[in-house]
Ligand binder design. Sequence first.
Ligand code: PMP
Length: 369
Amino acid sequence: AINMSVNALVEQLIRPEVRALQAYPVGKAEGMIKLDAMENPFRWPEEMISEWQSLLADCALNRYPNPVAPEVVAGLREAMQVPDKYEVLLGNGSDEIIQLLAMAVAQPGACVLAPEPGFVMYKMIATFVGIDYCGVPLNDDFSLNRDAMLAAINEKKPALIFLAQPNNPTGNLWAEDDLVAIIEASNTADYKGLVILDEAYLPFSSRNHLSWLDRFDNVLVMRTLSKVGLAGLRLGMLFGRKEWLSELDKIRMPYNINVLTQASAAFALKHYDVLMQQCDVLKSERRKMHGKLSELGFSAFDSEANFILARVPEGKVARDIFEALKQENILIKCTDGAHPLLAKTLRFTVGAPEENIALYAALEKVLAA
Ligand code: PMP
């Protein structure tokens, strides 16, 4: 009877759209080759690790962190060549920045718009803060459907538009003139929308949009350290004009970047070249993986990120391959079923060379079975 009444309380107090949510899915991966979450598989060189450990020993855990994380900001400016004319806002992962953006625009009738298939947190966070979400399907080849985007923008007048470049889970970049058309259509006489260029996978990409901050008043650029080896730290960042960022900064929790993250990120950014070299290895592994998946009969899509989306060979079932790989101790992401355009697809994070070799061997075995 007590359970019943708690359920009834929950039903009365928790919003129905929250009750209907599924928590963000995180696969169990202990002891497995982990190729599901776009992490960097490499360790730091030993001397870097010991230098970092001695820095951590000096961290004052009894004190609140510096609310503006000056060393991290300076490190980012240096490593990513961010000019002083742009402000930097830090988040506990870019997830938190998406949440800050959504909170800042949340009011009755506000809408978040993003192409689909895309990063699922855009939609989830819109739901968290109680505003509408509009997903606009990509073309079959995962290019932007410019007409559909412009029509949806015209109809919904979204306050926020997320464009991930490269896109997750498809891995591709969109045509620059499509992006420009969307940005320009979002700053007209009777409608204004803020466009977030999400460059989470920039370190693996051939295009960088930082200079677009100069070209467009309604653009901000979001990045993260998660994909270059620091997923565990949780550090995301937003670059843009002061006018935008000073407003967003007001709703940021003052101590959102903890002492250990600040010390570790500032240190890692001093050694950004090491991380970039690791990314270079991953880019060459990506090329090999694309070739190998194609050899094995997959239709692998071109990728500018540290993962590859691939359609399974004729006559094979994506989820079966996913499960069979799990039996071989390899965890990838089954994207089949997540969106109609992702039918029969799997997503492979590019791992370290020996992990990828293990993947190819397991795939050969699984496909032959
Ligand atoms: N944007 C995109 C496109 C992503 O794929 C991800 C991670 N999967 C994120 C943002 C979030 O990254 P984080 O919160 O780790 O910074």
